[in-house]
Ligand binder design. Structure first.
Ligand code: 6PG
Length: 479
């Protein structure tokens, strides 16, 4: 038996609820289901007038309410809860039905689920959805992976409910087979971590070196947001910094415990990058910075460690320094995105996903947490040169970084001499300098490896693999 609801949403915590409302507000009839039925009732009671909802009390009722092929969005916690829900629904479904996982699942789990369900004739779509609660309601950026056929069935609906970029394009595209969508969402979050860390370091420098107050720094971020750094994260940074704690009257940022938490997607991005051999140092430093912040006992036990004497800049110097920090932030940000796109390219190659990097940049222009004006240019760069080995190969980004580099270096040098930790700024500059370097100390590393372990090396002047008989009478031999 099948019903008339065009889409179903199961799991009605805030993200699921808002997504269901988004479908309904866009004219789709939505079956809604939650393990605890009071949530379903509350949704229909509070928002029933926004569109057509069909409340289902059981998995059976939910499945029966849907038109065929059935489209079921599950919005539950990643990991075991997702498997449990799939096990509950799968036996009730028929050939060609589609389960869409809109959570932050690990892409390897998505690959497994897609394979298992495909064997049962069911499509499984791992869809990354970014934009938080507001995005889910008003238009997120959506990164669906799975079979092309299932995307065809979902496309018109996803295009409607997704965010729209400034040029009106929907922020959704078919990413690729099986885990591709969740891989791209994971990397989106990795970049999000790096971007947030870089912003945090800029803030710390403006506070500790330039001597600005949180409210003054909010104004600086506001002015940056009118230029090339224009982005959601810069915008909300200004909001957070200008917020005053109602209870104490202190800047909000001063009453919040400085220990950053994480749910795991940034860490996954780094773990997978290690497996793929992709240097994502900005993302790694961002993850490590969060873990350093959380080691309260270690930090407390380290207060005796000496640093340079603190002294703040004068007013004119501070304003000039703020301009330099803008240059540093922009250059570092380009590098962080470069690393993230490299990881997507490597994942795409490893898993045969054929991901279009330009399209990824294009659907990140609206709705998602890292939405930023400069993604328009990244999209354009990849569109012009789809096989570009790195974003830094794009002439206009390379020129911009070139123009920023003196200030970028000066800011990091200042941070080092003043003892302000800027791990992500420093990592991005080191990555840039590593790529530029004509010779890297890797040759020495190879020599050491050959010395202690006969691991062999290659030469610059001829083909082959060589080993030196260290301390012996022969200097080298081909092996
Ligand atoms: C998004 C966000 C979302 C979530 C992060 C937070 O794209 O909408 O990235 O997925 O807010 O996962 O991650 P942490 O809790 O790890 O900072």
């Amino acid at each position: 038996m099948s019903g008339t609801a065009q889409i179903g949403v199961s799991g009605l915590a805030v993200m699921g609820r808002n997504l269901a409302r988004n479908f309904a507000r866009n004219g789709f009839s939505v079956a809604v289901h939650n393990r605890t039925t009071s949530r379903t009732d509350a949704l229909v009671q509070e928002f029933g007038d926004e569109g057509t909802f069909v409340a289902a009390r059981t998995p059976e009722e939910f499945v029966v309410a849907l038109e065929r092929p059935r489209r079921l969005v599950i919005m539950v916690k990643a990991g075991n809860p997702t498997d449990a829900v799939i096990q509950e629904f799968a036996p009730l479904l028929e050939d060609g039905d589609i389960i869409i996982d809109g959570g932050n699942a690990h892409f390897e789990d998505t690959r497994r689920r897609e394979r298992e369900l495909r064997e049962r004739g069911i499509h499984f779509v791992g869809a990354g959805i970014s934009g938080g609660e507001e995005g889910a309601l008003h238009g997120p950026s959506i990164m669906p992976g799975g079979s092309k056929e299932s995307y065809g069935s979902l496309e018109p609906m996803l295009e409607k409910i997704s965010a729209k970029a400034k040029d009106g394009d929907s922020c959704v595209t078919y990413i690729g087979p099986d885990g591709a969508g969740h891989f791209v969402k994971m990397t989106h979050n990795g970049i999000e971590y790096a971007d947030m860390q870089l912003i945090g370091e800029a803030y710390q420098l403006l506070r500790d070196v330039a001597g600005y107050s949180p409210a003054q720094i909010a104004d600086i971020f506001r002015s940056w947001n009118t230029g090339r750094l224009d982005s959601y994260l810069i915008e909300i940074t200004a909001e957070v910094l200008s917020h005053v704690d109602a209870e104490t009257g202190d800047p909000f940022v001063d009453v919040v415990l400085d220990q950053a938490e994480q749910k795991g997607t940034g860490r996954w991005t780094v773990q997978i990058a290690l497996d793929l051999g992709v240097p994502v140092s900005a993302i790694a430093e961002a993850v490590f910075a969060r873990s350093v912040s959380g080691h309260a006992a270690l930090r407390a036990a380290s207060r005796h460690l000496e640093g340079p004497s603190a002294h703040k800049l004068g007013e004119d110097e501070a304003a000039a320094f703020a301009d330099q920090v803008e240059q540093a932030l922009y250059a570092s940000k380009i590098v962080a995105y470069t690393q993230g796109f490299h990881e997507i390219a490597a994942g795409s190659e490893q898993y045969d996903w054929n991901i279009d990097l330009g399209e990824v940049a294009a659907i990140w222009r609206g709705g998602c947490i890292i939405r930023a004006a400069f993604l328009d240019r990244i999209a354009g760069a990849y569109e012009a040169q789809p096989q570009m080995p790195s974003l830094l190969a794009d002439k206009s980004f390379a020129e911009e970084i070139g123009a920023a580099q003196d200030d970028w270096r000066a800011v990091i040098a200042t941070a080092v001499t003043r003892g302000v930790p800027t791990p992500a700024f420093a990592a991005t500059l080191a990555y840039y300098d590593s790529l530029r370097a004509e010779r890297l100390p890797a040759a020495l590393t190879q020599g050491q490896r050959d010395y202690f372990g006969a691991h062999t090396y290659r030469r610059t002047d001829r083909e082959g693999t060589f080993h030196t008989l260290w301390g012996g009478d022969k200097t080298e031999g081909e092996s």
